[in-house]
Design a protein around this ligand. Structure first.
Ligand code: AMP
Ligand code: GLY
Length: 417
């Protein structure tokens, strides 16, 4: 009999997870804050509700296991609720260890306290005096990070968001007025990469490395976004990383999982995603995420050969085994509403040529009388594979123009390495 699986979340990342669960024979039951047409069509049953309203989950008592897509419910303790109150085994970290994403101060502390390499010089600020001291130490080339989750909208980087003391002080005042502690980090420069691992709290299995592109426009220009696309290589590494760099990043994730166990007494079970930057030949931790990346999940799940439902069960049982990924290149490109992210055109129809043979994932769209429409956020991700990057990219070029609407996309994903 097939596994009954509860999936929480409704973005393109969760659409990719949903597809994999069903492809591997699972019966999908989903809980979403807004109907994702792709997930809805794959589900035996779906419900809509606030993702932090855990009481709604009582309806799913008979599932075999649950998997949680986004960070917010994880940081609010959805795994604790599912496991402790409803006795539903869950693939996703408990609140105590999800803190590694929900508190940026905790992350920096943990790296220091357990001698884990990759930390960035930082100070914790609780006043404007603290900020002045930090600027005295680091200069103005800094990054400001509120302590909690901000949906990717809280980080302010010198040069992008402010260039003078007044700019940074105004933001600091705003945070302090909301009673929010913040970190000041030295701004480092280099190329960023994503490394995601499966872990049962004891061992880890790395997934192919992915490079994602956060800027809105070609050439890594324009405002930061949730990400405009991502690529991975058949060799599962990246052109600007050595084997030593990769081992260093894997080592940091392994040590972090061990440190979390020592610090909290809880095994970290689920997906841990390290966002790293290579600077002056060294690997630094930008942040940790307690979930798959979006769109990085789409790249790696496209390549995953091992049964996803089996991996999730092994994570839950503490028996994680080997995982296999096919040796192909992937290019994933997001179509976003014109004007995104500053002035996105919402409520506009999107037409997908039903004859096209492409793998699509719905992000933030809605369906009205069978028509798919945009919201203010990213709309659809398209992924292609190939024996090399050029081949995957060519397939993207061939298919992406068949998706019509008030949309735009970056055409240098997988080209600008
Ligand atoms: P985060 O929300 O922590 O992922 O930060 C958003 C973006 O800010 C990252 O993707 C980086 O590009 C940039 N960033 C964060 N911290 C630093 C840092 N210490 N130095 C340079 N850039 C940073
Ligand atoms: N790709 C960025 C993120 O998932 O946070």
């Amino acid at each position: 009999m097939s596994d009954k699986v509860l999936l929480i979340g409704n973005g393109a990342r969760e659409h990719a997870i949903a597809k994999k669960i069903v492809e591997n024979g699972g019966a999908l039951y989903s809980y979403m804050s807004r109907e994702n047409p792709g997930i809805a069509d794959l589900s035996k049953k779906f419900r809509i509700g606030k993702l932090d309203d855990f009481t709604k989950l009582k309806k799913y008592r008979n599932v075999d296991y649950a998997i949680v897509g986004p960070e917010n419910p994880l940081s609010e303790g959805i795994t604790n609720y599912l496991e402790d109150k409803l006795k539903i085994p869950t693939c996703g970290p408990r609140k105590e260890v999800a803190k590694i994403e929900s508190s940026k101060i905790f992350t920096r502390y943990l790296l220091d306290a357990y001698d884990i390499p990759g930390n960035i010089p930082y100070t914790i600020c609780r006043s404007i005096d603290d900020l002045e001291d930090a600027i005295h130490e680091f200069g103005l080339e800094i990054v400001i990070k509120p302590d909690g989750l901000t949906g990717g909208k809280g980080v302010r980087v010198h040069g992008d968001h402010f260039t003078c003391f007044k700019g940074v002080r105004d933001y600091a005042k705003q945070l302090l007025a909301q009673d929010t502690e913040f970190l000041v980090e030295e701004k480092i420069k280099g190329k960023e990469f994503s490394l995601q691992v499966f872990t049962d709290g004891k061992s880890i299995t790395p997934m192919p490395l992915v490079r994602d592109y956060k800027r809105a426009y070609n050439g890594e220009k324009g405002p930061n976004t949730g990400s405009m696309g991502s690529y991975s290589l058949p060799s599962h590494d990246l052109p600007f990383l050595s084997e030593k760099d990769i081992q260093s990043a894997i080592g940091i994730l392994g040590k972090t999982i061990n440190a979390l166990k020592k610090e909290t007494g809880t095994d970290y079970k689920g997906i841990l995603y390290g966002q790293f930057m290579k600077t002056n030949g060294k690997i630094h931790v930008i942040e940790f995420n307690v979930r798959f990346g979006d769109p990085e999940a789409i790249n790696v799940l496209k390549l995953l050969k091992t049964d996803f439902n089996l991996i999730a069960q092994q994570i839950i049982d503490g028996t994680l085994g080997r995982t296999e990924f096919s040796n192909q290149a992937t290019v994933c490109t997001y179509l976003v509403p014109k004007g995104y992210p500053t002035d996105p055109k919402e409520n506009r129809p999107i037409k997908v040529d039903t004859n096209m043979n492409a793998d699509l994932y719905y992000a933030s769209v809605f369906r009205e009388k069978k028509e798919i429409k945009t919201t203010k956020s990213r709309a659809i991700a398209i992924i292609e594979t190939g024996s090399n990057l050029e081949e995957a990219k060519q397939k993207i070029n061939d298919n992406i123009t068949k998706i019509k609407g008030d949309l735009f996309y970056r055409n240098d994903i997988g080209v600008l390495l």
